[in-house]
Ligand binder design. Structure first.
Ligand code: ADP
Ligand code: MG
Length: 288
């Protein structure tokens, strides 16, 4: 059995960390009919740059809004957070220390800063809280926009853009040529998801997905007879990774995601994932 694992490891470039935790599931690679990729950091680079930011309150300048947002994003590990903090530093803004930082799963973050409650949230959560989306918030279909609330007043927004990985298209085409349907699930907004899905000619996509939705999406596909692989990177992805016929934990990820997955890949490049699936399928076909 060892040479097979070695061979598979070699199929995926040697510099990439690869751990196969469940051989049975890896053998299942040949049975796959569908794969669901996560977007941020897998199909895209996961490197968000701030493209626009605006205060919608008279008593805060645009830079003051950015400074407040970056001060609390500094405690978050989301790629959006890294982009906002980077922009604040580029603008020479000094970050302050927040208190009671909390993730709002799949929707944003919140914390207290100098006696005020700050939330930074998705468009979906903004609407849920009863706010209208500012008319100029969405300008291009490939921007991710997050909204800043100060003491439950809408204070402004920050738009960011990520890039599709150059390897994604050919990896997806390879999988599709093998008859595997390629889907994407993302917590990001509908427009961004649609733009990425079109650029990559995906078979379908799921946008504004909460971590708990992912497990249900897989289950529904399985009930239709699909044999499903899924990639995930977060602690909240563990139930979905367990539900999938082949769960693939990607990126530096979290220990919890890695523990539930069948396959763990340090690099979240879809090309490695495609190679892994094809090589696994070919190897087991030969052995039959
Ligand atoms: P994905 O991994 O597909 O980007 P997430 O579940 O991580 O999805 O995030 C979903 C959405 O929640 C983001 O698009 C954003 O609107 C919001 N969000 C998550 N984390 C943050 C954060 N640190 N700051 C601002 N918004 C966030
Ligand atoms: Mg994520």
């Amino acid at each position: 059995a060892v040479p097979l694992v070695v061979a598979i490891s070699t199929a995926v470039s040697a510099k990439n960390g690869l751990l196969i935790r469940n051989r049975t599931a890896f053998e299942n690679a040949r049975k796959l009919t569908a794969i669901i990729f996560d977007k941020t950091g897998t199909l895209t680079k996961g490197e968000f740059g701030v493209t626009r930011f605006k205060s919608t309150l008279d008593n805060y300048s645009d830079n003051e809004l950015l400074q407040i947002a970056a001060s609390i994003e500094n405690s978050s590990e989301h790629p959006i957070a890294a982009g906002i903090v980077r922009k604040a530093k580029a603008n020479d803004l000094t970050l302050q220390e927040p208190e009671n930082f909390q993730n709002i799963t799949g929707k944003g973050i919140k914390a207290n800063l100098k006696g005020q409650e700050i939330k930074i949230v998705s468009p979906g959560m903004l609407t849920e809280q009863g706010f209208d989306t500012p008319a100029d918030a969405f300008k291009t279909e490939d921007e991710t926009v997050v909204f800043v609330l100060i003491d439950n007043s809408l204070a402004g927004y920050i738009a960011l853009a990520d890039e599709i990985r150059p390897e994604s298209l050919s990896a997806i085409n390879t999988l599709k040529e093998r008859g595997i349907k390629v889907y994407m699930a993302t917590g990001d907004n509908q427009q961004v998801a649609k733009a990425v899905s079109q650029q990559l000619s995906l078979d379908n996509f799921y946008a504004e997905v909460l971590p708990e939705d992912k497990q249900r999406i897989i289950k529904e596909l399985q009930e239709k007879g699909e044999f499903v692989a899924m990639t995930g990177d977060g602690v909240n992805d563990a139930p979905a990774l367990a539900q999938a016929n082949v769960g693939i934990a990607v990126g530096s990820g979290t220990d919890v995601a890695a523990e539930t997955a069948d396959i763990v890949l340090v690099n979240s490049n879809p090309k490695d994932i495609a190679n892994l699936i094809l090589f696994g399928a070919a190897t087991y076909k030969k052995m039959m």
